[in-house]
Every structure is written in C-alpha cells, then in structure tokens.
Design a protein around this ligand. Structure first.
Ligand code: ACO
Length: 162
C-alpha cells in the first residue's frame, strides 16, 4: 500500500492512476457531472493524493492548492465501494494534510461537503464554522449548492503520518 501525490505531469503510470481515480469519483459521486470530474482531475492546477494497492488506485482526494492564499480546496474525495469504512479515508486525509502543509505550505483546507459526508469530514477535523478570513478565500473557490462549506485548520507541527 502506498500514498502518492502529483498532478497531471504526463508520466504514463501517473495518467493510469489518475484515470482510475476519476472512475472512482464518477461512481462514488453520482451527482457530479462526469465531464466536470475529468476536467478537474486532469487540470494541471489540481493535485491528487491517491492510495495505490497492487498498482491499483483504491481512493483519493483531488484538491487545488492556492499557494499565495495558503489554503487548499478539496474538489473530490472518495474510496472505492468495497474498501470503504476500513480506515482508508482517514489515512488518506492524513497524507493530504501532511503533504499540503509540508510541500505546498498550506495552513487550511476548505471543501463543499456532501450532506452524507459531513460526518466523515467532522471526524477529520473539519468544522462548519469558517474561521479563515473571507478575503483569503472569497472569489477563489466556486460556490456550489448541494454542499456545506467546511474548513480544516492544520496543526503547524503535528506529524500526521508515520
Ligand atoms: N458519514 C459519517 N461518518 C462517516 C462516513 C459518513 N459518510 N464515512 C465514514 N465515516 C466515519 C467512519 O465511521 C469512521 O469513524 P470512526 O473513526 O469513529 O470509526 C471515520 O469516519 C473514518 O472512516 P474511514 O473508514 O476512514 O472512511 P472511508 O474509508 O469509508 O472514507 C469516504 C470515507 C471518503 C466518505 C468514503 O466512505 C466514500 O468514498 N464515500 C462515498 C463518496 C463520498 O461521499 N465522498 C465525499 C463527498 S464530498 C467531497 O468529495 C468534497
């Protein structure tokens, strides 16, 4: 089992994994238009943290880092159906936090969570209260109805992964 993070960098193996992740999102997020999922997963401003097992992607998170604003917007998050509720979602989020803080230099995440995923995000340290200054994020992330805006502040020092 490994955790990887990259964007659409043209490397063949990475493309295969990104397509696998796109297929998981398409199946697990049925309300999202498939073309929209493909566009963001393949967009070079977005990065994806993926769980790879036996060379197959079992889940991931696609996000857009806003480096100057020091926050990231989580666009999609999913684990493949037969691997849910086994702890992968938590490990995935921890790897995302570690990478975003230590590689991208981000301090916060924002996401529009689906109603049924709010419980998962709360367990990952997200809140429905948005403490981040509005002028740091307004106009950067797109409004999206059918979801609840949630925030997570990363600890500046805590090791999120072992
Ligand atoms: N509602 C409430 N609690 C949840 C949910 C949920 N939908 N999913 C997981 N949890 C809880 C678990 O019970 C667990 O709690 P515990 O630590 O007390 O035991 C904790 O959250 C972590 O569980 P994991 O096993 O790590 O979660 P999992 O691997 O199943 O991943 C995920 C969670 C990503 C939500 C997965 O179930 C999934 O892909 N669901 C379908 C797609 C989806 O809803 N994605 C999020 C949409 S919003 C967005 O993409 C921005």
């Amino acid at each position: 089992l490994k955790f990887v993070c990259f964007n659409n960098d043209g490397i063949d193996e990475h493309m295969v994994w990104l397509i696998g992740l796109k297929n998981i999102f398409a199946r697990q997020l049925p309300n999202m238009p498939k073309e929209y999922i493909v566009r963001l997963v393949m967009d070079r401003t977005h990065k994806s943290v993926m769980i790879v097992r036996h060379n197959h992607v079992v889940g991931g998170i696609t996000y857009r880092p806003y480096l100057s604003q020091k926050f990231g917007e989580i666009a999609f998050c999913a684990i493949t159906a037969d691997e849910q509720v086994k702890g992968y979602g938590t490990r995935l989020m921890n790897h995302l936090k570690q990478h975003a803080r230590d590689v991208d230099g981000l301090t916060h995440f924002l996401t529009y969570a689906d109603n049924n995923a709010v419980g998962y995000f709360i367990k990952q340290g997200f809140t429905k209260e948005i403490y981040l200054d509005k002028d740091r994020w307004q106009g950067y992330i797109k409004d999206y109805d059918g979801g609840i805006l949630m925030e997570c502040k990363m600890d500046p020092k805590l090791p999120y992964t072992d």
